[in-house]
Unconditional design. Structure first.
Lengths: 110, 112
């Protein structure tokens, strides 16, 4: 079964405390993305990766880092989280003309 | 400013009614997708349209891609409470068909 998994699903943290959200896919897709979803703004792409060791900025990359050391994994790193990064985050794995989304990570930064 | 504008933003209807949701842009897309998202879950792909004028049907859902590939519509016939959710459209350009631009969504509530 095609699957994208994310962990954790919920996270409450404090300003400045580094955190990582993991993402893994089992479809052997080369292309993966991270999005954040905020009310009234829809889904906005943070970073994407076209293959192992190939990453690039999306539309809202400030304050985030990513890495792609293996094809299946694409972690999102917040080195110093701030309250404006409170949001719902989705990892996506992409084939031509289709995307599979993970279940989401709800992050609250206080 | 978003590349894709969806309307209406909110829609509350009775079970059995028909409805249409619109996704409009001034840009030409090589493909356009529709997703449905339920609370607490990730979006799930419903359909991809790639040809101008294309019409696709998925049971009670009918999707249309505009002739100029700048807009799309989703029509639901005889809506059911199970259709409740957030409907998102997303477009991709020919030069980077893996990068998707999302509309802000239409929140549909179907009352029994």
């Amino acid at each position: 079964e095609a699957q994208v998994t994310q962990n954790p699903r919920y996270l409450i943290t404090v300003t400045g405390k580094k955190l990582t959200v993991t993402c893994s896919q089992n479809m052997n897709h080369e292309y993966m993305s991270w999005y954040r979803q905020d009310p009234g703004l829809g889904l906005r792409q943070i970073y994407y990766s076209m293959n192992v060791e190939v990453t690039d900025k999306g539309d809202v990359p400030e304050g985030y880092k990513v890495s792609r050391k293996e094809k299946r994994n694409f972690p999102l790193i917040l080195e110093s989280p701030s309250p404006n990064q409170t949001s719902l985050y989705f990892c996506a794995s992409e084939g031509p003309y289709e995307q599979y989304f993970g279940p989401g990570t709800r992050l609250t930064v206080t | 400013t978003q590349l894709l504008e969806q309307s209406p933003q909110f829609l509350s209807i009775q079970e059995g009614e028909n409805l249409t949701v619109y996704c409009n842009s001034s840009s030409v897309f090589s493909s356009l997708q529709w997703y449905r998202q339920e609370p607490g879950e990730g979006p799930v792909l419903l359909v991809t349209v790639v040809t101008g004028g294309e019409v696709k049907k998925l049971k009670r859902l009918t999707f249309q891609f505009g002739d100029a590939r700048k807009d799309s519509s989703l029509h639901i016939t005889a809506a059911q409470p199970g259709d409740t959710g957030l409907y998102l459209c997303a477009g991709a350009f020919e030069y980077n068909f893996n990068k998707f631009y999302f509309g802000s969504g239409t929140k549909l509530n179907v009352k029994p």
